[in-house]
Write a protein that binds this ligand. Structure first.
Ligand code: NAD
Length: 493
């Protein structure tokens, strides 16, 4: 059954139309602050994935040949559509994800900026196609083309639903790829609303498709589908590894944005007030559900106890509660499973005798997945709390005596996403930034992310980079055309 009116809930978006899942099944999505049901969402399966991939494959050739200027027009229309609905979108994301409304508003601003940025890059592509390449042999001429890599499967998590989606959809469309988006089964509502905006943005049918459903059914079917040429995945490292293995069968191109266990390095000369702000933002923003959470705080020993006392006062005053209340600084975790996982880590820390500085006890709400902002000090480097991604508001603290030691401890991780450096010594900031094995270093800066700079990391945190020109290149194939030039007539001797 097809309809062109966007119901946004209970249906999939395939070939430019809203349609029911073949299974006829729906699943309830909840508000994590109240545990109340929010909506019924379609449960897609392999046959829906097949229909969406077929629609994308049918649209690929024409979309891939369209000009960057034409694609930019659609991207700007999406940005405008998001802008016109920013308040409703922020409210919807907060209802589904639980983050404070002010954080959802930041996310929506990021989404608009990302679509506009990739519109610019799409336009620049037109001038860059078939550029001559300088060769050392006059007998040949070469040109360079960037072509879309084809049908792309975009799989995203629940912590920044619209942002992680925009970081994939915008560059993929800009490059000329057709796409199938799979939102998280926990937070599909913001993406369904985005699909309704994209529906009105002038894209040809089949260029953008959305299939809701589980990772086990929709996710695996997308990654396994032979007509999918590129998989761009954001989520846990464990699932990312599964995705990469499955993609290897067809040698599909993969981009992976995975987990993290990032460090904040605080030197004795740091501005203490600024450091308090940045340390708290690095772990309690989005209730710590950030791949980039700086969940390991390393403090130079001489200032550690003083700073920890200030940190405790600050953290104990964080207002946890209704994410729609403007006074709220931290909302609930996004789902029950994550709540249980975080509680288990906290219990493990308490049972192991870790020194508790703040939090540790239940937040005391009768409903909702609320966790108190929690800090453990002197956490041993072999503790699971120090090594593993908790993905919640739990900060582990330890100390160092020298710059070299701080760098060595920070790099002692299987992850390498980001780091924060807090120091007023510029030369030290440069040395430490260069030595850290991560994709992005913030020096005396909150976790600002610009579409112009790259996103991604080293080791088990990523394969490839999103954002910037690298985000676009992730959806492109390089083609050179080399032409033998006719031999020029030699003048007679
Ligand atoms: P997850 O890996 O469980 O799920 C991510 C997405 O993959 C979901 O849409 C899920 O349905 C789908 N999926 C699950 N199994 C699949 C399979 N076998 N094949 C294909 N798709 C499958 O992650 P999550 O719990 O939703 O998100 C939290 C994780 O995401 C954290 O580890 C976090 O660090 C990471 N993350 C990373 C970044 C980054 O940019 N590096 C950004 C946000 C979140």
């Amino acid at each position: 059954m097809m309809s062109t009116t966007p119901p946004r809930q209970g249906q999939l978006y395939i070939a430019g139309r809203w349609c029911n899942a073949r299974s006829g099944r729906v699943e309830t999505v909840f508000n994590p602050a109240t545990e109340a049901p929010l909506a019924e969402v379609a449960v897609g399966a392999a046959e829906d994935v097949d229909a969406a991939v077929s629609a994308a494959a049918a649209a690929q050739s024409a979309w891939g040949r369209s000009s960057g200027h034409e694609r930019a027009t659609c991207l700007r229309a999406i940005a405008r559509g998001v802008e016109q609905q920013q308040e409703q979108l922020a409210q919807l994301q907060t209802a589904n994800n639980g983050k404070p409304l002010s954080e959802s508003q930041i996310d929506i601003g990021d989404v608009i900026a990302t679509f506009n940025y990739y519109a610019e890059l799409a336009e620049q592509l037109d001038a860059r196609q078939d550029q001559p390449v300088t060769l050392p042999d006059a007998g040949f001429a070469a040109t360079l083309r960037c072509e879309p890599c084809g049908v792309a499967a975009l799989i995203v998590p629940w912590n920044f639903p619209m942002v992680t989606t925009a970081w994939k959809v915008a560059p993929a469309l800009a490059a000329g790829c057709t796409v199938i988006l799979k939102p998280s089964e926990i937070t599909p509502l913001p993406e369904l609303a985005l699909a309704a905006i994209i529906d009105q943005a002038g894209l040809p049918a089949g260029v953008f498709n959305l299939v809701t459903g589980s990772g086990a059914e929709v996710g695996t079917a997308l990654v396994a589908h032979p007509a999918v040429r590129k998989v761009s995945f954001t989520g846990s490292t464990a699932v990312g590894q599964t995705v990469m293995k499955a993609a290897a069968d067809d040698l599909k191109r993969v981009s992976l944005e995975l987990g993290g266990k990032s460090a904040a390095l605080m030197f004795a000369d740091a501005d203490l007030e600024l450091a308090l702000e940045i340390v708290c933002g690095g772990i309690f923003f989005n209730a710590g559900q950030m791949c980039s959470a700086t969940s390991r705080l390393l403090i130079e020993r001489s200032i550690a106890e003083d700073f920890m006392a200030r940190l405790k006062r600050r953290v104990d005053a964080i207002k946890v509660g209704d994410p729609l209340d403007p006074a709220t600084q931290m909302g609930p975790l996004s789902n029950r499973q994550q709540y249980r996982k975080v509680q288990q880590y906290i219990q493990q820390g308490l049972a192991g005798g870790l020194r508790l500085i703040s939090g540790g006890e239940p937040q005391g709400m009768s409903k909702g997945y609320f966790v108190a902002p929690t800090i453990f000090a002197d956490v041993p480097f072999d503790s699971p709390l120090w090594r593993e991604e908790i993905f919640g508001p739990v900060l582990c603290v330890n100390t160092f005596d020298s710059e070299q030691e701080a760098i060595a401890i920070a790099n002692q991780s299987e992850y390498g996403l980001v780091a924060t450096v807090l120091t007023t010594d510029q030369e030290r900031a440069s040395r430490v930034s260069a030595a850290l094995e991560v994709g992005l270093v913030w020096v005396n800066s909150p976790q600002v992310i610009f579409p112009q700079t790259s996103w991604g990391g080293m080791k088990k945190s990523s394969i490839g980079r999103e954002l910037g020109p690298w985000g676009l290149q992730a959806f492109q194939e390089i083609k050179h055309v080399v032409v033998a030039t006719p031999k020029t007539q030699q003048p007679p001797e």
